[in-house]
Write a protein that binds this ligand. Structure first.
Ligand code: FES
Length: 107
């Protein structure tokens, strides 16, 4: 189980326990976290699950695919070096805790 903390730009943070095999997006939608829309349901077709991942967690995450890289070009908020699609960030037991920052908006 991974503890994922979603940091909102408004300062309201939410921490969820995310089982292995579940993405950061799926957990957010199920847990009612504001700021993750996930319009395409995780098919890498919407970029409304955009999050910023602090650099210290980058090595623990699955590598970015070409499709994810392409979709990050159409995020509503600025793409940075820390940008990822949360639907592609599937948790596993090797990750104890991770913080993600939510963008100001997804559309
Ligand atoms: S949920 Fe649509 S790209 Fe992630």
């Amino acid at each position: 189980m991974t503890k994922v903390t979603y940091h909102s730009p408004t300062g309201s943070d939410v921490t969820l326990d995310v089982p292995p095999g579940v993405s950061i997006m799926q957990a957010a939608v199920k847990g009612g976290v504001d700021g993750i829309l996930a319009d395409c349901g995780g098919q890498r077709q919407c970029a409304t699950c955009h999050v910023y991942v602090p650099e210290q967690y980058a090595d623990q995450l699955p590598p970015m695919s070409e499709d994810e890289d392409d979709m990050l070009e159409i995020t509503a908020c600025e793409r940075t070096d820390r940008s990822r699609l949360s639907c592609q960030l599937v948790m596993n037991d090797d990750i104890d805790h991770i913080d993600v920052e939510l963008p100001e908006h997804q559309r």
